[in-house]
Design a protein around this ligand. Structure first.
Ligand SMILES: Cc1cc2nc3c(=O)[nH]c(=O)nc-3n(C[C@H](O)[C@H](O)[C@H](O)COP(=O)(O)OP(=O)(O)OC[C@H]3O[C@@H](n4cnc5c(N)ncnc54)[C@H](O)[C@@H]3O)c2cc1C
Length: 356
């Protein structure tokens, strides 16, 4: 299994690791499952490192030309954050058009149990459950299989993947699923066995699978009885609510103290270090549950920075909800001046590139 996690013990380790990233090598190899991707997403998502810090560190050692692909990929995240800031909860509905061929609220059991017989797919599902990280191609392949071949609504797949990912991020995850399903892009994304063989691991190479077809054939798969036969059995998502598990690590916060400093699982920044009454606010949302593995990761980051923190679990009908929400810090933006809604990443990037 490639792309296993790395575990920097301190912020200094994290910065040293980023300083050693070779953006040229990243650009050349990043599409392959065994390529030199950064594995930084869990640290970015929880706030331990910001996109701007990464960009500046990369540019302090490398020219802007050779760093441009990596910075462009960082900008995808910033773009998704900007769409979320503009649209709010509307990103949880199909944005540009309704999903075509979406009949099911259930995911095929062959996918959930990693038993499709397609090695890259089965190994990706196993890896998601085991380490909570997937390469971008594995995410795209799983999403396209679930939505565009097996006809499941993108919302269901997004909730499933978000639950397990250590880097699960509402904006990047939701909008990427919509991008694959064609509801936030100009067309649906398809990948066939040839594509899996090109970018996957050589040990997973296969021929003659149900996805060993041309793109044209694949896009007409809804009528293909052989393809659909492996998706006959389906199951409802059964994700555990782990709020009690999260609570077991903390004392309950005392809201009467006036000097309280609030943060969330996406803003665990160094700024919290010297605060005397830090409070982790967990907004419980039954639609977007998180795994114990993600909670363990978040706690490891909190322990490094604010071991003395207390916990406040907040739901939308809580009397304190609006008041506390107003006090929560926002995630850092790499291009804070780009506040408008851009219909596509490349419209956004044409402005962002000039600011690098
Ligand atoms: C269906 C699907 C779901 C996804 N869900 C998430 C998610 O919940 N959280 C998340 O952080 N990313 C998500 N992504 C985007 C992307 O796959 C991951 O950010 C990336 O694979 C993380 O690995 P890395 O840090 O090694 O990436 P690298 O390739 O090393 O990239 C460096 C950083 O750039 C940003 N980045 C790179 N590619 C993208 C991209 N396509 N979209 C947004 N940001 C990008 C990330 O912050 C990443 O950490 C999703 C993509 C798809 C197709």
């Amino acid at each position: 299994m490639t792309n296993t996690k790395f575990e920097p013990k301190t912020k200094t380790h994290l910065l040293e690791y980023i300083f050693k990233i070779d953006p040229k090598n990243y650009e050349r190899t990043r599409n392959s499952l065994n390529g030199s991707v950064t594995l930084l997403s869990p640290y970015i998502t929880c706030g331990a490192i910001s996109l701007t810090e990464i960009k500046n560190l990369i540019l302090s050692k490398n020219g802007s030309r050779e760093s441009s692909k990596l910075i462009q990929e960082l900008a995808w995240r910033d773009y998704f954050q900007s769409v979320y800031l503009n649209m709010g909860d509307e990103i949880f509905k199909s944005i540009k058009r309704e999903q075509d061929f979406s009949k099911f609220d259930q995911i095929p059991t062959t996918i959930l149990e990693a038993k499709t017989g397609i090695k890259v797919i089965d190994n990706a599902v196993t890896k998601l459950y085991k380490i909570g990280y997937l390469h971008n191609h594995e995410r795209m392949w799983l999403a396209m299989l679930i939505c565009n071949i097996a006809g499941t609504r993108w919302e269901v797949g997004a909730k499933w993947m978000y639950y397990y990912l250590l880097d699960g991020d509402l904006a990047s995850n939701t909008l990427s699923w919509q991008w694959v399903a064609g509801t936030f892009s100009s067309k649906k994304y398809f990948a066939n066995q040839e594509n899996f063989n090109k970018y996957g691991l050589s040990s997973d190479r296969q021929y003659g699978t149900i996805l060993d077809k041309s793109y044209e054939e694949l896009s007409q798969n809804s009528d293909d009885k052989i393809v659909q036969s492996i998706f006959e059995n389906r199951a409802n998502l059964e994700l555990e609510n782990n709020t009690e598990y999260l609570k077991s690590f903390f004392e309950v916060a005392d809201l009467s103290i006036e000097t309280n400093i609030y943060f969330t699982i996406t803003t665990i920044t160094e700024d919290l270090k010297d605060q005397s009454n830090p409070i982790l606010v967990y907004i419980e949302d039954k639609d977007w549950l998180i795994s114990k593995q993600k909670i363990d990761f978040v706690i490891s980051q909190i322990k490094l920075i604010v071991p003395n923190t207390k916990l406040l679990v907040l739901s939308k009908d809580d009397v304190n909800y609006e008041n506390i929400l107003a006090k929560l810090p926002k995630q850092e933006r790499m291009f804070p001046s780009l506040t408008d809604y851009y219909q596509s990443f490349f419209k956004f990037w044409s402005k962002a590139e000039r600011l690098v």
